[in-house]
Design a binder for this molecule. Structure first.
Ligand SMILES: Cc1ncc(COP(=O)(O)O)c(C=O)c1O
Length: 405
């Protein structure tokens, strides 16, 4: 145990009385009355932390694979991991070759990720000037908020959805105004319009396909929201599985639209952290100024470029996952205590019915080495989400579920 010496006086000039503040920065003379000493609070590390962050709850991340493996007493390869929407096929072989022959890991990366942005321009059909790359889409969500929000500004969130928006808003001292989705998980556009008018949130986060239910936002709905006086951040982390074209090119037409995408799902690079976004030129300029200069590592850029060199592999993996999603859906429909929702993504949300407990279901499957996602928040307490894996993963899940009938 480390014991720190008791500190008897504050270091920060936070008191209103000038008489007291004089004492705060110097050792008190030995003649200082005892009473004065007792009144001063002890100095603790958390007193330096910004007040809004002292109340922050940590983001609920999944357990690291090795930790999970130890906890379950199973080798990582014996775990059926269907809890974090990862892509079980892994990246194209070109990625491993490129990482293995990386020449300059000891040199800082290109702060502008030029090679990758040029490749993404070809891949997405929008010029590199509109594209910025980040350490995952997660970094870009935070960067957008840091550039857009003053403390006390509001964001509009439409739960249930990706909880990172709410989390980053809290980190950035912003307030979250919620317009819950309808019971079929579609957006309540009328309410969104009212709230934009009344509360004047600065930006809205829309996810299509939405995590956790896999529903998509149609063009008519998106256009209605784009016509409101609000910055629209459209998160397309799972767009490849939807059969719908990305809206990246729309940022040339709409000054209030940002579109985010990622290599985590489509190219199975979740562990290397590469996300990207398309931004109007009038916005991207400020993100360039505010971002960490070396936010995309040499390894991340090399891996993402190599993945884009093999579009056939990426397409085949996507087709395999979409086919497996349909097979998984049919199987889940047959489970007497699950009600799966049709999904345009690489996961399927299921309502847990017949009086079964969703948390217990997750725990029972985990004991059999099958990981699925359960939610601790109120609105999704009775649901689980299952990521789409390889056919053998579906088979293992179904076998384990049958043991619980
Ligand atoms: C909707 C959504 N957006 C963004 C992300 C994060 O993407 P990245 O891995 O690029 O940070 C996720 C991750 O699961 C997600 O579900």
């Amino acid at each position: 145990m480390i014991l720190s010496p008791p500190l008897k006086f504050k270091l920060r000039p936070s008191c209103s009385s000038s008489r007291r503040s004089r004492f705060e920065f110097m050792h008190p003379p030995s003649a200082l009355p005892l009473k004065e000493e007792i009144q001063l609070e002890p100095l603790t590390g958390d007193s330096f932390i910004r007040p809004h962050l002292r109340k922050l709850s940590p983001y609920q991340s999944i357990l690291p694979f090795e930790v999970l493996s130890t906890r379950l007493g199973r080798k990582p390869e014996d775990i059926v991991k269907l809890d974090a929407n990862e892509n079980p096929y892994g990246p194209p072989p070109e990625v491993f070759e490129a990482l293995g022959s990386m020449r300059f890991p000891y040199i800082y990366p290109d702060p502008e990720s030029r090679r990758l942005r040029a490749a993404l321009a070809v891949d997405s059909g929008i010029e590199a000037d509109y594209i910025l790359v980040g350490c995952g889409a997660d970094e870009l969500i935070d960067l957008i908020m840091r550039c857009v929000l003053e403390p006390g500004d509001k964001i509009l969130d439409c739960p249930p959805t990706f909880t990172m928006y709410e989390f980053d808003a809290a980190v950035n001292a912003a307030l979250v105004v919620k317009v819950p989705r309808n019971s079929d998980f579609s957006l309540d556009v009328e309410r969104i319009s009212e709230v934009v008018e009344q509360e004047k949130p600065k930006c809205i986060f829309l996810t299509s396909p939405n995590n956790p239910d896999g529903s998509i936002i149609d063009d008519k709905t998106l256009l209605k929201i784009l016509n409101l006086p609000i910055l629209v951040v459209l998160d397309e982390a799972y767009i490849e599985f939807s059969g719908i074209e990305s809206k990246m090119r729309w940022v040339k037409k709409f000054e209030n639209l940002i579109v985010l995408r990622t290599f985590s799902k489509r190219a199975a690079l979740a562990g290397l952290r590469v996300g990207y976004g398309a931004f109007p030129l009038s916005i991207i300029e400020y993100l360039w100024r505010a971002k960490q200069p070396y936010n995309v590592s040499v390894a991340a850029e090399i891996a993402a470029c190599a993945a884009l060199e093999n579009p056939v592999y990426l397409e085949n993996v996507k087709v395999a996952l979409v086919q497996e999603r349909e097979r998984l859906f049919k199987h889940l429909e047959e489970v007497p205590f699950l009600n799966p929702y049709p999904s345009y993504s690489n996961f399927i949300l299921c309502e847990v019915t017949s009086g079964r407990d969703a948390k217990k279901l997750k725990e029972d499957l985990a004991k059999m080495g099958v990981m699925i996602r359960h939610y601790s928040n109120k609105e999704l307490a009775g649901y689980v989400r299952v990521s789409v894996g390889k056919p053998e993963h579906t088979d293992a899940l179904m076998k384990s579920l049958k043991l619980l009938y």
